[in-house]
Design a protein around this ligand. Structure first.
Ligand code: AMP
Ligand code: MG
Length: 337
């Protein structure tokens, strides 16, 4: 499981005083649920106890529509068809269209049509295994995202299989954040697997700080902390899902060119931007691209990134450290840029 560890004991950086009289409670509403194969935690300063009920309903609906493994979800119905059009919900059609756009933008490093290959590896299932090279090269021929057609809510997978695992958590965060915003919430932190959104300050005036996980540690070990206010952050890392066969560790971030785990010399990449869907899709794509290409991509697309390399170097887009008050808490990691 991947997770950016939420530091509920925030640093004393957000010095903005809590504004008396704003529509929020001093006691947060909290929720911890399991959906989309991951833990979802929400802490929301509000007087409206219904908000988290609404948010959990939003999450269920997204999972029911976009999970690959729920039998009658939109995605499962698309994948069960050979050549037939399938009518999907407005939300699924939108996420699919956005994911094809992300594929084009990233030159295919993010590929939502990689389902055949992802399933062959079976990450996270009892059947996880290294597929043989012939099988992989045959399956790779069925992963051209340009064959997917979307007309309104009518979708045709064009011989591919859809897998939205690389972007749906970020999309879910967008929807949750929107619901909070519509309700006038001014302070909250939400975490959906490795994607996270935080806005505002806590009643004591402290801003939200989050931890960036140490890929070599356990799920509660972080190697740095950073501030987050009003933006979305996603991390893709080797630790999230994988298995060892014949002494080699295989992880779930696949290079769509080869069908094998992307071997770009990094252990994780953290992407911050103004949109949850993009932070998530980009984190997967930028893992595949590697640090040099990924940093140039991020700089051209209004995103901030932080890479951790195999040899414990920290590489970032310009200004990352000052923008997010980055503090390295594990001395074995060394900032290079
Ligand atoms: P994330 O943790 O957001 O990076 O998403 C990882 C998940 O995205 C994997 O478990 C797969 O379901 C899927 N995935 C793996 N490689 C890719 C890729 N190159 N493009 C799109 N999705 C991918
Ligand atoms: Mg992702």
């Amino acid at each position: 499981m991947k997770r950016i560890f939420c530091l509920i004991t925030a640093a004393f950086l957000g010095l903005t005083p809590w504004i008396a009289g704003c529509a929020a409670s001093n006691t947060p509403e909290t929720s911890e649920t399991y959906a989309m194969n991951t833990i979802i935690t929400q802490t929301v300063y509000t007087d409206d106890s219904d908000i988290l009920v609404q948010n959990n309903e939003i999450l269920r609906r997204i999972e029911d529509e976009m999970s690959k493994t729920i039998a009658d979800s939109d995605v499962a119905r698309i994948n069960a068809q050979s050549g037939e059009d399938v009518i999907v919900s407005d939300a699924t059609a939108q996420v699919l269209a956005d994911s094809i756009a992300a594929a084009k933008e990233t030159g295919g490093a993010f590929n939502p049509a990689l389902g055949t290959v992802i399933s062959a590896w079976g990450f996270g299932t009892e059947d996880a295994q290294v597929p043989d090279a012939e099988t992989l090269s045959a399956l790779l021929k069925k992963t051209d995202y340009q064959n997917v057609s979307i007309n309104g809510t009518r979708v045709n997978a064009g011989g591919t299989q859809i897998d939205l695992g690389g972007c749906v958590k970020g999309y879910a965060l967008d929807r949750l954040a929107q619901n909070l915003n519509d309700a006038g919430v001014q302070s909250a932190i939400l975490s959906v697997g490795g994607s996270l959104y935080a806005v505002g300050q806590k009643p004591d005036g402290a801003g939200y700080r989050i931890g960036i996980r140490d890929p070599e540690g356990t799920e509660n070990d972080y190697m740095a902390t950073m501030d987050l206010n009003g933006r979305f952050v996603s991390t893709s890392g080797t630790y999230e899902r994988g298995f060892t066969e014949d002494g080699v560790y295989y992880y779930h971030l696949l290079d769509p060119q080869t069908g094998y785990p992307a071997n770009s010399g990094i252990t994780s990449v953290t992407v911050v931007c103004d949109n949850g869907f993009l932070s998530d899709a980009y984190s997967t794509a930028l893992f595949v691209m590697g640090a040099e290409k990924g940093i140039a991509f991020a700089q051209a697309h209004g995103a901030d990134v932080l890479y951790l390399t195999n040899d414990h170097h920290i590489l970032t887009t310009e200004g990352f450290a000052s923008k997010y008050a980055l503090k390295i808490t594990n001395d074995s990691y060394m900032a290079v840029s």
